[in-house]
Design a protein around this ligand. Structure first.
Ligand code: AMP
Length: 279
């Protein structure tokens, strides 16, 4: 596996590929099996797989965990060596944000809903870093996880609106045995948090099950989820909602099979998100 640190390294790497397709998996490191599953998915599209690890400062709010975010580069490299990754891009902040650079790519509306409300500016950081990474890598395929469903929708819109020459693909959410979605932030959970964290997925499953059993009133579906969450006082709910799968607007009356259930909650000081198809 090649290690690329600069723009020049990237350019030299691309030159060796002579225009062959590149699948790109951007990450913030602290890799887990969920990340690795995206690499496996990439193999279906090309043999040239580029992974990046960059803890992007612009997507963290002032009171968020940027400095505490787990950085485990040695372990990450060991893990990546067990995968078909061709090259690992480890940019300095300066490479992504050259000094004095002020240009922004903003996706209005979608970025202000749900996680965008609780984390103002977060998705602007995401669109900007992904846009810059796509420009630098010139990747033909971008692979993102379904786990960050809102992020996927926003990047999909950015690619569409700017006619970026990249095919966006989505990998399914990998989960722990109890259903907890794998996440780098799960490292923050203590023993008790770990026991209760699967409740988020159980809430989504409960709503899905009720819908499959014929209930389609959004209010009733959400109430069944809230009832379950109410049993665990250690969970502080940010939002639980059923939304249109593209616009992410809340379904106010009757839910439809393709709708998405989204949840975000804090367990202790750890904020977790998850989502599920209604059907
Ligand atoms: P992150 O390092 O958290 O920024 O995530 C990098 C990529 O991995 C994003 O596209 C995530 O959606 C994806 N990802 C994170 N967790 C999982 C998971 N449990 N299963 C599948 N993909 C995931």
């Amino acid at each position: 596996m090649l290690i690329l640190k600069t723009k020049e390294d990237l350019r030299a790497f691309k030159d060796t590929l002579a225009g062959a397709p590149i699948a790109f998996i951007p990450t913030m490191g602290a890799l887990h099996q969920g990340h690795l599953s995206l690499i496996q998915l990439a193999k279906n599209y090309t043999q040239h797989i580029l992974v990046s690890i960059f803890v992007n400062p612009t997507q963290f709010g002032p009171n968020e965990d940027f400095s505490a975010y787990p950085r485990t580069i040695t372990a990450d490299c060991e893990l990546l060596k067990t995968t078909p990754t061709t090259a690992l891009f480890l940019p300095e902040t300066q490479t992504i944000y050259p000094s004095g650079s002020t240009t922004q790519v903003i996706v209005p509306k979608l970025t202000t809903l749900w996680c965008g409300k609780s984390r103002p500016g977060h998705f602007d950081g995401v669109t900007n870093v992904v846009h810059r990474l796509l420009n630098l890598t010139q990747a033909t395929h971008l692979i993102l996880g379904e786990k960050d469903y809102q992020q996927y929708c926003i990047i999909n819109k950015m690619i569409h609106d700017l006619s970026l020459p990249t095919t966006l693909l989505q990998g399914p959410t990998l989960r722990e045995k109890g259903g907890l979605a794998m996440s780098s932030r799960n490292r923050y959970l203590n023993k008790n948090d770990r026991l209760i964290a699967p409740t988020l997925f159980q809430t989504l499953k409960k709503i899905q099950e009720n819908f499959k059993n014929g209930e389609n009133t959004t209010k009733n579906l959400l109430q069944s989820g809230r009832d379950l969450l109410a049993k665990i006082p250690e969970i502080t709910l940010d939002y639980l909602t059923i939304v249109d799968p593209i616009t992410l607007e809340e379904r106010s009356d009757r839910a439809l099979p393709n709708d998405r259930i989204l949840i975000a909650a804090k367990i202790g000081s750890t904020r977790l998100i998850d989502n599920l198809n209604l059907m």
